[in-house]
Design a protein around this ligand. Structure first.
Ligand code: ADP
Ligand code: ZN
Length: 587
């Protein structure tokens, strides 16, 4: 686009030069027609009545026209009564100020430039918007490339994501190697998770470790763009990247240009983002497979993304970048204290403990605020009182209540809830794997989550379904046992949806309930199974029984529940090994 703009300028400049040259030539040429005549000759012509007009000035020479149309110059007598004599001889007398040839040329140039300037202004103005967009774009084009100096050691926590990206460093460095083995290099990686968790940092680290250029753009930049510019901008970005050879392209806020497309009528702006999205998809499938270019995109909301973006050959690797747990928070705090004078009395572990739900960016700003306070008071080092004050500055505006109290209380509820799920899983279905328990909210669930992966099976037995329902109810059951019936939370919303779905399917689809029999109610009632009062009554009775069974199971193993919670409150996350140890060690 920049090139296009330059070409236009060149055309305009050439046009100006041609116009000026031609008119100057014509002007000078016409000037050569003017004869200088002597005053005597002038008088003769005047007497013969051959003079048409005279331009009378105070100059040394005067300009006139003969009746024949010829122009002439003669000496100006500047005599009294000259004008009267001319007039009485029937000569047209003009009295404009005379100009020298040079002055004339100068005037002409000024007029011409004014004209050209006007022309240029008008043409520029009509494209003002486009010009503006183009300037913004050339900003991106020229500043987009960076040689990143960030490395993986600058990113704390997020170990799984780092592990996966480390593999990619090798892909970028030696694509030939992977080509020899016939391996297909991934083209796109999607990082998703809450803001400030280090997605940009990770992308930069990928480029930094691979020692390749880093091109960064933001999805929203492509959106309010003049028709067609978003798409062409994508194309020029990829063109630059391809020219650079190996590189990392980072697209932040990809949801802005890759929102789920609405079917049917669409308005102009979404047309525009469609075009931009299509250009991106085309470019991504366009580059050769083992070229060493990786596109990393980031979003806070994977749920709103157009599925087209997630298909193979596009952003087919999706990595969650979650909020840091207590250990990751400690590492992040350590990292951002490195270049700061921290008092020995400061216990960063304690700070990590107090900063539940803080993102990496918030922790960074916590340490930064503390340093600013220490500097303002001219204290020799950053101490706990600075950090405490900074804590409230960082969370200010988020919640008026005492946030540290709230989060510790919330943490406790979440811990019991998640421990309930995990415990019931291990007790009812020992073959099911619990990969991770966490009390840090993820983008998938409001509270923490515990992954419950059933072993690969072709069919589910009635027993499996009953166990799964109990696992789903385990969170709510643990909350009720510890905090009482009136203090249970909305955290069980998803669990209850799942449990309801399972129990209705069991009764009405799979023919697994004796009193309902082998009928498939879907065949009989279609979509209205859920509003059939017989099925509702039956489901409510069964789920009630299962809930009581779950409550009893947890009560019998309350010591195990407490051990899991105790560990969760300290570490915030727990892996399967630790969970198995607790389940088997407490008698
Ligand atoms: P995102 O792209 O996920 O919104 P950023 O990568 O822009 O987040 O993070 C903003 C800043 O917060 C980073 O520059 C860094 O200083 C700090 N930060 C965030 N996460 C981490 C982390 N895991 N380790 C170290 N610093 C972090
Ligand atoms: Zn739950």
């Amino acid at each position: 686009m920049k090139l296009l703009k330059n070409r236009r300028n060149i055309i305009i400049i050439i046009a100006i030069i041609v116009i000026v040259a031609v008119s100057t030539f014509a002007f000078l040429n016409s000037r050569q027609e003017i004869n200088k005549i002597s005053y005597i000759e002038f008088k003769e012509q005047l007497e013969k009545g051959n003079i048409e007009s005279v331009n009378l000035t105070n100059d040394a020479e005067l300009l006139g026209t003969l009746k024949s149309g010829e122009m002439f110059i003669t000496d100006n007598p500047r005599a009294e009564g000259f004008k009267e004599r001319l007039l009485s001889s029937g000569v047209d007398v003009g009295e404009t100020d005379g100009r020298s040839t040079i002055e004339d040329i100068l005037t002409m140039v000024v007029v011409l430039s004014a004209f050209v300037g006007l022309f240029y202004f008008v043409s520029k103005n009509s494209n003002k918007l486009a010009q503006k967009e183009m300037t913004q774009m050339s900003d991106i084009d020229s500043n987009g490339e960076n040689t990143s100096t960030v490395v993986f050691d600058d990113v704390a926590g997020n170990d799984e994501v780092k592990e996966c990206l480390k593999e990619m460093v090798d892909f970028i460095r030696e694509p030939e190697k992977y080509e020899r083995y016939g391996a297909r290099m991934p083209r796109g990686v999607l990082l998703y998770g809450p803001p400030g968790t280090g997605k940009t940092l990770l992308a930069k680290a990928l480029a930094g470790e691979a020692k390749v250029p880093f091109y960064a753009v933001t999805g929203s930049d492509f959106i309010q763009v003049y028709a067609g510019l978003g798409a062409s901008r994508i194309r020029s970005l990829f063109k630059k990247a391809r020219a650079a050879g190996k590189c990392v392209i980072f697209i932040d806020e990809i949801d802005a240009l890759g929102k789920k497309r609405r079917g049917g009528a669409s308005n102009g702006s979404s047309d525009e983002s469609d075009r931009t999205l299509n250009a991106l998809l085309t470019e991504m499938s366009g580059f050769k497979e083992n070229q060493g270019i990786i596109v990393v995109a980031a979003t806070n909301r994977i749920d709103t993304l157009d599925e087209a973006l997630l298909r193979p050959g596009r952003f087919d690797r999706q990595l969650e970048v979650g909020l840091p747990d207590i250990n990751a928070r400690y590492k992040i705090l350590e990292l951002h204290s490195k270049n700061k004078p921290i008092s020995k009395q400061v216990d960063l572990r304690k700070v990590a403990y107090q900063t539940v739900y803080f993102s990496g960016a918030k922790l960074e700003s916590l340490m930064n605020e503390s340093a600013m306070l220490a500097a303002r008071y001219n204290d020799s080092s950053i101490n706990m009182s600075h950090i405490d004050k900074a804590f409230y500055t960082v969370i200010a505006g988020e919640e008026k209540k005492d946030r540290s109290y709230i989060s510790i209380e919330e943490k406790k509820v979440t811990a019991y809830h998640e421990a309930g799920h995990a415990l019931v899983t291990k007790l009812t279905s020992p073959l099911n794997r619990v990969t991770k328990i966490s009390i840090i909210p993820s983008t998938k669930g409001a509270g923490g989550f515990s992954m419950n992966i059933p072993p690969d099976k072709l069919y589910q037995s009635k027993e499996d379904i009953l166990n799964n329902i109990m696992v789903a109810l385990g969170g709510r059951a643990a909350e009720e046992i510890i905090f009482g019936k009136d203090r249970v939370t909305t955290g069980a919303l998803n669990d209850l949806q799942k449990a309801t779905d399972m129990i209705v399917s069991m009764i009405a689809r799979y023919g697994m309930d004796d009193s309902t029999g082998l009928l498939n109610f879907e065949v009989l009632l279609g979509d209205s199974i859920g509003s059939n009062s017989y099925i509702i009554d039956r489901a409510r009775k069964l789920i009630e029984e299962l809930y009581i069974k779950t409550l009893d199971l947890i009560k019998e193993n309350i010591d195990k529940l407490e051990s899991i919670v105790e560990r969760l409150l300290i570490n915030e996350t727990m892996d399967e090994e630790e969970l198995n140890n607790i389940i088997s060690s407490v008698a």
